[in-house]
Design a protein around this ligand. Structure first.
Ligand code: CO
Length: 501
């Protein structure tokens, strides 16, 4: 074999990384199909296809040759982009090498099984059915954490998969402040006994009309249907197949208009991030999104900070009335109140901008204790219910309303905190945009979404994984993730809402 120079080694890595990214786009397109239009019984063999392609990619990337290329490339004169790519390549290579294949397969197989059992357990409202599988998942994750290594505590190793380089302690410090301020604001709302006029959102809304309206909004905001699609699924998602092919889905409830609209805006935010990534760097880390906490900041930004604002509906409420004449006699302010109703509930996905984070903090604290062996799965349900009662003031009446509501623990832990990190980062970016571009809601009122999109594209999307997530937040906003921005935003918003009658 010829000896390669560092630059040649780097080029080889680019070639391989691109090739594997193209191959994995087949899983993306097949996964999209699986969740949208595939006939129900197709799932068995489809899973086989994904496993085969996934295994091929894994085998290619863990060859010793890849490790040699990385070592060689590191010896060269590297620019900032090359350094970043090599950092992520090396991280992925080392982590995949460390995890024994048997453990990987055990994880995948247990997850598949656990997912089906979780669904059944939830239907039957019986945590006992799911418990043995959750125990096995926790055991696997604890083992993975030991193998991967960690800074302070085993749970750090799992967080690192989704929010690289962030530690549980850093997150706990941020969440602690957010928690006490959220409880304070929640108390304020309870004392006011506010009527959020939620009845205005009830009624009968034709599915096709909803779809038309969602497409209308997407077009007005700037989602390019030459590069994307909107389809219907039970659980909304966004997926990039390839650059210039980023698809989203939403769900339509005939008796509830807000689910489809805000689901669409949420996934549109994810899609904007994927569409705005650098095409030149496609197939390498610098052309990829950097973390879930940053990704979720983009979906929450468009869904909540823009989509649930009064300014946004000043622009679109007349169109809304044309699509849905039942709003003809509903005041804009009342519609605004209703879509922002703050009402503590058992279910995370039905919760509002304020209490959502309490749901996440609860899961974060429990996951952390379980992975760090402070509590065992046998005690998890009681721990959930106790903690829930402490935060919300009432206790789950069933497993369905409590520990069985989310799918995540049928395969992973460490994912949940990224949702609230997304909210926090969105608020921080929102604050920065207001400082740099002037009042963002003035841009919204002029339907100038392009200026907002371009700012996000230049500062966040185009950066891809050039920086680690907290470095990116620091570079864009001048500091790391700081809860004060979200707290201020929520406080202002709530004051606003409470002044509407
Ligand atoms: Co999301």
């Amino acid at each position: 074999m010829t000896i390669l120079t560092p630059q040649e080694s780097y080029k080889e890595l680019v070639k391989l990384s691109k090739k594997l990214t193209y191959i994995s786009s087949l899983i993306a397109i097949s996964g999209w199909d699986e969740r949208t239009y595939m006939p129900k019984d197709g799932f068995k063999h489809r899973a086989e296809v994904h496993a085969i392609i996934g295994e091929y990619i894994y085998e290619e990337w863990t060859k010793d040759y890849v490790g040699e290329l990385i070592e060689k490339a590191k010896q060269g004169e590297l620019d900032e982009i090359q350094k970043a790519n090599l950092y992520w390549w090396e991280k992925k290579y080392k982590e995949q090498k460390k995890i024994p294949k048997e453990l990987l397969i055990r994880h995948i197989k247990t997850s598949t099984l656990a997912y089906h059992v979780w669904k059944e357990a939830r239907e039957k409202d019986n945590f006992e059915l799911f418990k043995p599988y959750l125990k096995e998942i926790v055991e696997i994750l604890r083992e993975e954490a030991q193998i991967l290594g960690y800074k302070n505590e085993p749970y750090d190793a799992l967080i690192d998969k989704y929010e690289p380089e962030m530690t549980a302690q850093e997150i706990a410090n941020i969440f602690q402040q957010l928690k006490s301020e959220t409880l304070r604001l929640l108390n304020r709302i309870r004392n006011e006994n506010k009527d959020f006029k939620s009845y205005v959102l009830k009624g009968n809304f034709d599915k096709e009309k909803q779809k038309e309206f969602c497409k209308f909004l997407l077009e007005k905001i700037g989602y390019d249907f030459n590069k994307g699609r909107l389809d219907e699924t039970a659980h909304p998602f966004a997926t990039r197949i390839l650059p210039n092919d980023v698809r989203i889905t939403t769900r339509f409830y005939e008796d509830n208009i807000s689910s489809s609209i805000f689901g669409t805006l949420h996934e549109m935010g994810h899609a904007f991030y994927e569409m705005g990534l650098s095409e030149d760097h496609f197939g390498t880390p610098v052309g990829e999104s950097v973390s879930l906490g940053i990704h979720e900041s983009q979906s929450r930004f468009w869904e909540n900070f823009i989509g649930r604002s009064l300014a946004f509906w000043e622009v679109f409420y007349d169109s809304m009335k044309k699509f849905f004449p039942q709003f003809e006699n509903v005041k804009l302010e009342h519609f605004y109140l209703a879509i922002n109703e703050i009402r503590p509930s058992y279910i995370r996905v039905e919760s509002d901008e304020l209490t959502y984070n309490l749901h996440i903090i609860l899961r974060f604290e429990l996951e952390r204790d379980v992975i760090n062996k402070k509590i065992e799965v046998d005690d998890l349900k009681d721990a959930w219910n106790d903690k829930f009662e402490k935060l919300f003031g009432f206790r789950p009446r069933s497993d369905k309303e409590g520990i069985l509501q989310d799918v995540h623990w049928s395969s992973e832990m460490g994912y949940f905190p990224t949702y609230t990190l997304g909210n926090l980062n969105a608020a921080q970016f929102f604050h920065k945009i207001n400082n740099e571009l002037g009042n963002i809601y003035e841009l919204v009122r002029k339907s100038d979404f392009k200026t907002i999109y371009n700012w996000l594209k230049d500062n966040i999307y185009q950066k891809g994984s050039l920086y680690k997530p907290q470095e990116l937040v620091q570079i864009v906003t001048g500091e790391k993730t700081n809860p004060k921005y979200l707290i201020n935003y929520l406080e202002n918003k709530i004051e606003n809402l409470l002044n509407i009658y």
